[in-house]
Design a protein around this ligand. Structure first.
Ligand code: CTP
Ligand code: MG
Length: 226
């Protein structure tokens, strides 16, 4: 089943502390966002990539896309101040119907079979996200004291990609903007509309590169150690 993908890539990478957008950092000699793009480049079901980028990064990203011979159509749109705005800018650029995936450019280990499963789930349910069961015990805390232990069996850590029927995600972003609702992921905007979101069990290795220790973990994954 074919899909379009929006890759939010317009962050500052502040928590990584690299002094530049973390997406330019290299894993085994290849920039993080190129690892991510390679998966979509080689997926026949992916029709187009829409990348939300910061205007300052556009020239360098374009150069790297050419250097690493990404042949899929990649369209740049301007990023916004928040991730949600970056995704919405990408979405406004889509004129076809069907399924859209939103995937953090900072998650380079997404696998094609999981994408296919997710797209099918979004086709069936309208919205679907990749998630993994939480392994740790989670407690609710206030002022340094435990309030309660949350029942773990119902807790899932949500990742990207997240897939949606295009009109549903559009409606969700429009509604969020109108209500000044800022969510940390796209599915929460769909939930805010009162619509259902399905879960597809994902992969613990589909990490987001956020802080410097994530780079060691990423290199271990690439070396086949994990
Ligand atoms: N992103 C974006 N536009 C923003 C903020 C984030 O497109 N205004 C993108 C990032 O480039 C990244 C993804 O959203 O691919 C997930 O965001 P995050 O991991 O938070 O990355 P950064 O915002 O770059 O990092 P930080 O929050 O540490 O500054
Ligand atoms: Mg951020």
């Amino acid at each position: 089943m074919v899909y379009q993908v929006i890759l939010p890539a317009a962050g500052m990478g502040k928590r990584m502390g690299a002094g530049k957008n973390k997406l330019f950092l290299e894993l085994q000699g290849i920039p993080v966002f190129i690892h991510t793009l390679r998966t979509f480049n080689s997926d026949n079901q992916c029709q187009e990539v829409i990348m939300s980028v910061h205007p300052d990064d556009q020239v360098e990203m374009n150069h790297l896309i050419k250097k690493y011979q990404i042949e899929k159509k990649v369209t740049f749109v301007s990023g916004g101040t928040e991730r949600q705005h970056s995704v919405y800018n990408g979405l406004k650029n889509i004129t076809v119907d069907g399924i859209v995936l939103v995937h953090d450019a900072a998650r380079p280990f997404i696998q094609k079979d999981l994408i296919a499963e997710l797209v099918e789930s979004a086709e069936n349910f309208g919205a679907a996200v990749v998630a993994v069961p939480v392994k740790d015990t989670i407690k609710k805390v206030a002022n340094g004291m435990v309030i309660e232990t949350v029942e773990r069996s119902s807790l899932w850590a949500v990742q990207t990609p997240q897939a949606f029927r295009i009109p549903l995600l559009y409606k969700a972003h429009q509604h969020a903007e109108k209500m000044s609702f800022l969510g940390t992921d796209d599915a929460s905007l769909v939930e805010f509309l009162g619509e259902k979101v399905a879960i597809v069990k994902g992969d613990y290795n589909n990490i987001k590169l956020t802080t410097p220790e994530d780079l060691s973990f990423a290199n271990a994954i690439l070396s086949g150690l994990i």
